[in-house]
Design a protein around this ligand. Structure first.
Ligand code: SAM
Length: 210
């Protein structure tokens, strides 16, 4: 039996935006599917009651959501919650699997330069860990955390693609300001449908959508 099938954890994304952008919905869908396949739980917390989540998100196996914020739902076991925080002093390591049961992420689209919106969760007092110096998309951050915690892989042993240049058409390309996990073909691992969304949004200008 491999170790990934014996470690089960909870991954919580605290939704920090009033709306749900199509990009975030795709990321959350992918996170839920991957956590389910890895024998773990995914919770999207702090969803505003006024926000109607799309059917193709809520119907994904492994998806669960709640209106409560993480500091309420996990108040009893706050010291077992780890905030993945780009500004943390310590990097996440496989040994953290013993220290934490819950891994918490900011449900925000990345921005360039990063605006440090993870600080909204940091000020709630959770212990933080970093995943290296480069900003990842939320689904990448959850994927890398799962690889470190459940597969017991070292952060520096994971293959990455940094700031990839994506071809939009014959003439145009765009540079994504993020670190991704590298797939078997050497390409950045992204949610299915993300490239089409990036192409659609490129016409409108990507500012504020990342
Ligand atoms: N620019 C962002 C900010 O304002 O903090 C980073 C947002 S990132 C797209 C979404 C979430 O992924 C972060 O809140 C954090 O939980 C996690 N994350 C991304 N890159 C990370 C890193 N290098 N180290 C730790 N956590 C990271």
């Amino acid at each position: 039996m491999d170790i990934a099938s014996t470690i089960s954890k909870t991954y919580v994304v605290e939704h920090l935006d009033p709306e749900l952008e199509a990009w975030s919905a795709l990321e959350y869908k992918t996170i839920a599917e991957e956590c389910h396949n890895a024998n773990s739980r995914f919770l999207l917390s702090s969803v505003p009651p006024s926000l109607q989540l799309p059917h193709d998100l809520v119907s994904v196996q492994g998806f669960s959501s709640g209106h409560e914020s993480v500091e309420i739902s996990f108040a009893e076991k706050k010291d077992r919650v780890c905030l993945l925080d780009p500004a943390a002093q310590e990097e996440l390591s496989p040994d953290d699997a013993l220290k934490f049961d819950v891994f918490l992420f900011g449900g925000i689209l990345g921005d360039d330069p990063p605006r440090d919106r993870t600080s909204e969760l940091r000020k709630k007092g959770f212990e933080g860990r970093r995943l290296g110096p480069i900003q990842m998309t939320t689904d990448t951050a959850v994927r890398v955390t799962r690889m470190i915690i459940q597969n017991q892989t070292l952060l520096e042993g994971i293959p990455y693609v940094d700031l990839p240049e994506l071809k939009l058409d014959k003439h145009e390309s765009i540079q994504m300001p993020f670190r991704y996990v590298k797939d078997g073909q050497g390409r950045p691992l992204m949610p299915e449908g993300m490239l089409d969304l990036i192409k659609q949004d490129a016409d409108k200008g990507l500012d504020g959508l990342l």
